[in-house]
Design a protein around this ligand. Structure first.
Ligand SMILES: *[C@@H]1O[C@H](CO)[C@@H](O)[C@H](O)[C@H]1NC(C)=O
Ligand SMILES: *[C@@H]1O[C@H](CO)[C@@H](O)[C@H](O)[C@H]1NC(C)=O
Length: 460
């Protein structure tokens, strides 16, 4: 195993390994561009075609999990989580009672999929007739106690279904959490070109935010930048799934350290302090469009006036390299069929063998920001994640590789955290996880011309 083979290597050799991997990983000097979205009607057509591809996979997934029938039912505004992954682009909620039935292997010319939008008992009569004819041995319902994507059936609706269908069918109700999880997790290949454009757009917004175009050292605060990013998203007709986060990283200030005890506002004590020369800055940023969500964390460094890339403290460059190495470790351990906890354990062991300290907390992404599928660690659960970490890793899906490496920066006499987050997709051709757009290997730089050094910050 690679883990034990590496454990004997000297620190120097490991450092050399990092360096060679960094060079090998084609230094991504491309400048990310913003992609604007097509007109709304065209967007609806694009999303509907992806949804149809997803729906076409359902009968095969039912057979894979040994399920004959899958029933989903919901009232307006009390939708099953999976409803959102299957709805038409011009549906904004369920209406009346909206009921979906999927059959694995329909007999007598029946269809694979049925839908009702009804407010009468007619739907139950139709269902009983269909079941009488099709005789499903089991009927899956989304009733898992912990997994959100497998637990969308509302408790009241379950009562209604059970009494309306009667014991004959209620006795065949079953639970297969991996069925809804895989339906939601599966990202059909035709989504990738747009997902890549969205990813590039997120990179481009971060690159603009973390530049001298937007940051005036001594004036601009982290909070100013967060709202600048929100406005930028709005101006592009995108939306987002979480408030952008901008943080000035100091030995005391990394948000994860305090997150379990502090509220967001307490954490953001530094959010009002202006960004200064020499600051290491960090963002956690995502965009939403076309029913897709991205999740990225990048780092920036504020050069002193007249400084260039060559003046970034070497300790910081080494810190980012460590984070990049940890990304490689996790990506290589993300073996299809392993569960999240096994991937976490193997990755942490390899991380420690290579002399890196850090944390790993990766999650599926795409359909939702935190989407369906196994998780690989959480910030407060580095020994394994109950239930969510016990599912097998699926292919044909997207993941956010989210982590940080710690590194002692001699120039600061401090150990700093180097967080990174980058989205990957499963490439069926190479049978491996690939970056959707790329990964950060160089700091975003905020530079100030030397002549401005004489001015006070407020004049800049
Ligand atoms: C945003 O939408 C408006 C209204 O449809 C349109 O005029 C504008 O060009 C769009 N902007 C971008 C950047 O796509
Ligand atoms: C570095 O920090 C440590 C404590 O964190 C302190 O004891 C030491 O004096 C510092 N060294 C310098 C050169 O400032």
């Amino acid at each position: 195993m690679r883990t034990s083979a590496l454990s004997g290597l000297t620190t120097a050799l490991i450092a050399a390994l990092w360096a060679s991997e960094i060079i090998a990983a084609s230094a991504s000097d491309k400048t990310p561009q913003i992609h604007t979205l097509p007109p709304l009607q065209e967007q609806a057509d694009i999303v509907n075609s992806w949804t149809e591809e997803r729906k076409a996979l359902i009968p095969g997934l039912l057979r894979k999990y040994g399920i004959d029938a899958w029933l989903m039912s919901q009232r307006e505004y009390a939708e099953d989580t999976v409803f959102w992954a299957l709805k038409d682009a011009v549906q904004f909620s369920a209406r009346r009672r909206t009921t979906h039935l999927f059959l694995a292997s329909p007999k007598n010319g029946a269809k694979n999929a049925y839908s009702w939008i009804d407010n009468t008992a007619g739907v139950w009569e139709d269902l009983r007739n269909l079941f009488a004819e099709q005789q499903p041995r089991n009927i899956a319902l989304n009733t898992h106690p912990e997994i959100a994507f497998a637990s969308g059936l509302h408790a009241g609706e379950l009562d209604t279904i059970s009494s309306a269908l009667g014991d004959e069918w209620a006795d065949r109700f079953t639970l297969e959490p991996m069925l809804p999880v895989e339906v939601v997790a599966t990202m059909v290949p035709s989504r990738l070109p747009w997902y890549r454009r969205m990813q590039e757009t997120a990179w481009a917004i971060i690159e603009e935010a973390f530049s001298e175009k937007v940051i005036v050292p001594g004036e601009t605060t982290a909070l100013d930048l967060e709202w600048w990013m929100r406005e930028k998203i709005q101006s592009l007709n995108y939306t987002t799934w979480f408030q952008p986060g901008v943080y000035i990283l100091t030995a005391e200030g990394f948000p994860l350290k305090k997150e379990r005890t502090a509220s967001r506002s307490e954490l953001r004590a530094s959010a009002d302090r202006p960004i200064q020369y020499g600051d290491l800055i960090h963002t956690d940023f995502g965009v939403t469009a076309l029913g897709l969500n991205t999740d990225t964390q990048h780092l920036g460094y504020v050069l002193y006036p007249g400084e260039t890339e060559a003046d970034i403290p070497k300790g910081m460059i080494e810190g980012l390299k460590k984070a990049n190495r940890l990304q490689d470790i996790v990506k290589a351990n993300m073996k299809i069929g392993w569960n999240g906890n096994k991937i976490l354990k193997a990755s942490l062991a390899q991380m420690r063998d290579e002399g890196i300290e850090g944390k790993i907390y990766c999650h599926p992404t795409g359909e939702w920001g935190h989407s369906a599928g196994t998780v690989i660690g959480m910030t407060n659960l580095q020994d394994g994640v109950p239930i969510l970490g016990e599912m097998p890793l699926l292919k044909d899906t997207y993941y956010s590789i989210e982590l940080y490496a710690e590194h002692f920066v001699p120039e600061r006499n401090q150990t700093l955290f180097f967080p990174q987050e980058e989205d990957v997709y499963w490439d069926a051709n190479t049978e491996s996880w690939e970056w959707v757009y790329g990964r950060q290997e160089k700091f975003l730089l905020i530079s100030t011309p030397a002549e401005d050094a004489s001015k006070s910050p407020s004049e800049l």
